[in-house]
Design a protein around this ligand. Structure first.
Ligand code: SF4
Length: 346
């Protein structure tokens, strides 16, 4: 089986009806499309609301562009001093070496720059300049690989970049944001896991997972390869209407992640990416879900619900608040909604 890349292939595999062909051609002309076999196999063709299909099968709703949507929703370009680097916060940079992915998520916040018509892979010269920038900025404590899919770099090139980072004294932490272990788990080889580790630095992997069913046996094995090699794995998920916007589904996802030794890290409010209104919930709905999870789910399974402020001002927690102050006294709400007084400082 091969990766599905055209509406004709999706129709042939029975993932979309033939009468949708023209509108899906219009979507594919606008945004990148790819669905690898391991992921296609997880789709239940008998379920018209299948949460895996909803994330990856192109949909005519993507042609509905809203005025508030932005080509660069989180303002990467406004904070990019050299190609491949985003320096938004003093102590860390994003390193974006690759703008292609093994799958194209229909809600992707970088959908204008990823894909075969996107920004491609950085040249050797651009990578050298990005590394020079990191070397020159002593305040950079952490380097975060993101993309596109950083683990599409060959193990040889990845090793070379990790070696360069390992030699930079002020860099202490390397973090790799990836969807690869989930969508093409067969690519997580022992060689790739070795290549990801920057010698002498704390290396973390952050896996992008939105639904418990994405954690197939193969995906679990792929994530376990990192954990077993001493690379902690965290998760980030996007709150998506029709995929995981109910407490039961989110709870199942978060429990499954912890059972796989993956610590839930972020639940992102969906960004204002073009053609993604059908995926976005309100912030109020997100807060209500976090409130529902607080009472019923172990603390180690609780992610932080975050919003990337449009335009690039940064990421902030937007979960519910359990503390109120009035007249110098506090009131604290418990997970069941009960209210309790708490004294001010002595
Ligand atoms: S893997 Fe990440 S960068 Fe690639 S399409 Fe999905 S969300 Fe976008």
């Amino acid at each position: 089986m091969t990766t599905l890349r055209t509406p004709a292939q999706f129709i042939e595999r029975g993932l979309v009806p033939p009468d949708k062909r023209a509108e899906l051609e219009a979507v594919a002309a606008r945004y990148a499309v790819a669905l690898p076999p391991a992921l296609a196999a997880l789709i239940d063709r008998n379920d018209p609301h299948d949460p895996i299909a909803r994330q990856f099968v192109p949909d005519a709703a993507e042609l509905d562009r809203r005025p508030q949507e932005l080509a660069d929703p989180i303002g990467d370009d406004a904070h990019s001093p050299v190609e491949g680097i985003v320096h938004r916060y003093p102590d860390r940079v994003l390193l974006k070496l690759v703008h292609v992915c093994p799958v194209y998520c229909r809600y992707c916040f970088r959908r204008e720059v990823v894909g075969p018509r996107g920004r491609g892979t950085l040249s050797a010269k651009a990578i050298a300049q990005a590394l020079d920038y990191i070397r020159a900025h002593k305040e950079i404590w952490e380097v975060i690989f993101t993309g596109g899919e950083p683990l599409l770099l060959s193990a040889r090139r990845l090793r070379a970049v990790m070696r360069a980072l390992a030699a930079i004294e002020h860099v202490k932490v390397v973090r790799v944001h990836t969807r690869l272990p989930i969508v093409t788990p067969e690519r997580v080889t022992a060689e790739l896991v070795r290549a990801v580790k920057a010698s002498g630095k704390a290396t973390y992997v952050v896996a992008h997972v939105n639904h418990a069913r994405e954690l197939s046996r193969e995906a679990r094995t792929a994530c376990a390869r990192f954990v077993d090699a001493g690379v902690p794995v965290l998760s980030q998920s996007v709150l998506l209407r029709g995929v995981n916007d109910d407490a039961v589904t989110l709870e199942a996802l978060l429990r499954t992640l912890v059972e796989c030794r993956i610590k839930p890290y972020y639940l992102h409010h969906a960004d204002l990416a073009p053609g993604t209104a059908h995926f976005r919930t309100s912030l109020g709905e997100g807060q209500a879900l976090m409130r529902a999870l607080r009472g019923r789910l172990s603390g180690i399974a609780q992610p932080t619900y975050v919003l990337d402020i449009p335009g690039g001002a940064g990421k902030v927690p937007v979960g519910p608040c359990y503390l109120e102050e009035a007249g110098g006294h506090y009131r604290v709400e418990d997970p069941q909604g009960g209210s309790h007084a708490y004294p001010p400082a002595d």
